[in-house]
Design a protein around this ligand. Structure first.
Ligand code: SF4
Length: 356
């Protein structure tokens, strides 16, 4: 086949997937995006606008910043304030409101808060500033947890003792269990399953929970959604990996082994959903001296969300961002009231940027 013929064939495939999706006439179907990047791409590419009314996209709890609870921000503020630590974090967390302040406001008041692009940057900073206690804010799913483990290992091996992590790492299978009755099929996060493989998706399908794994480009998303509605119409539970160039059944065993060696499951609180048993990860006893909660003997903190914010319901697909009374008024990306408006993966910011 010539290159031109190959392109023609791919274009035809894409057109037919688009036609299948646009002309779907089967039973009503709710599809939950369990990935903030999918949420944003689906909005940005205008895919919602071509769907028939019977296909409803629901934004789920797949944005790591959005599901991190208020009390975690309060813990970080305590470390920056009372303990005088230098906080190293990914950018979005800086603007997430805690109970009474944010890291951004505390930085304005003199707290040391640095934005980093990888956990290893925080280790380098700690090594270069031995007089400071450096805490990395470790939030994220299976995709980011291995890099946190590598950073802790690196700090240990190099004797960087003024480095620790405040963990709020979460795992997806618990969220699938918690959300499975809110959707007819999951649009699984490709990045997560590139790490953990597709075993959990197959097991859920055997228990009647359907899903598709998708990539992030327009053809990948349209094709996956077309496959999803076509299979849904047949009425049998299913799982289809529509992202096989990246997601393999076995995932990345080396990354999974590293995390299992250094971390163990723990109960974890998800914003709006509550505590999901064994859905979090914390450092094992052997690495406890790198756990900021242990090192600074942090007390248990109870956070309080702004009562106007409906992030919890948005994250469970129970309401649209535009149903929130302060959406676009008191709450905008410049002046966020809740985490879903702060994060570049949040449903409220996607609604605000691209329109509902
Ligand atoms: S619009 Fe703002 S306040 Fe309302 S749910 Fe979204 S983030 Fe929370």
């Amino acid at each position: 086949m010539t290159a031109a013929e190959g392109k023609e064939k791919r274009d035809a495939g894409r057109r037919s997937a688009l036609e299948i999706l646009k002309n779907y006439s089967g039973p009503d179907v709710r599809i939950m995006e369990v990935c903030g990047t999918h949420t944003h791409e689906i909005f940005r590419l205008g895919i919602r606008k071509i769907l028939p009314p019977s296909v409803k996209m629901i934004s789920g709890p797949g944005c790591p910043v959005c599901v991190t609870p208020v009390n975690y921000i309060d813990e970080a503020l305590m470390l920056a304030g009372e303990h005088g630590c230098t906080i190293c974090t990914f950018g979005d967390l800086v603007r997430v409101p805690g109970t009474s302040s944010s890291l951004q406001k505390q930085r304005g008041a003199g707290a040391k808060v640095k934005v980093v692009y990888a956990p290893s940057d925080a280790v380098e900073y700690a090594a270069a500033h031995p007089g400071e206690q450096v805490v990395f804010l470790s939030v994220g799913f299976e995709t980011t947890t291995p890099s946190v483990c590598l950073a802790v290992k690196d700090a240990m091996e190099r004797g960087v003792e003024n480095f620790s992590v405040l963990t709020a790492n979460k795992t997806m299978p618990g969220a699938y269990e918690a959300m499975k009755d809110s959707t007819d099929l999951f649009l699984y996060p490709g990045h997560v399953h590139a790490i953990i493989g597709t075993g959990i998706c197959e097991q859920l399908a055997e228990r009647g929970v359907s899903g598709i794994c998708a990539g992030f480009t327009a053809p990948e998303l349209v094709t996956a959604l077309a496959v999803g509605v076509t299979r849904f119409e047949r009425g049998e539970p299913f799982f289809v990996n529509c992202y096989p160039r990246v997601v393999k059944a076995e995932g990345q065993p080396a990354a999974v082994r590293l995390v299992a060696e250094m971390m163990e499951p723990c109960d974890s609180e998800w914003r709006g959903i509550g505590e999901i048993p064994l859905s979090g990860m914390k450092l094992r006893e052997k690495y406890a001296s790198y756990d900021a909660r242990v090192r600074f003997s942090l007390p248990k903190v109870t956070g309080r969300v702004n009562p106007a914010c409906r992030c919890g319901e948005v994250l469970q697909g129970k309401c649209l961002p535009s149903d929130c009374p302060v959406f676009g008024k008191g709450c905008t990306p410049e002046h966020p009231v809740g985490a879903c408006m702060v994060s570049g993966e949040g449903a409220c910011s996607a609604f605000y940027l691209y329109g509902g």
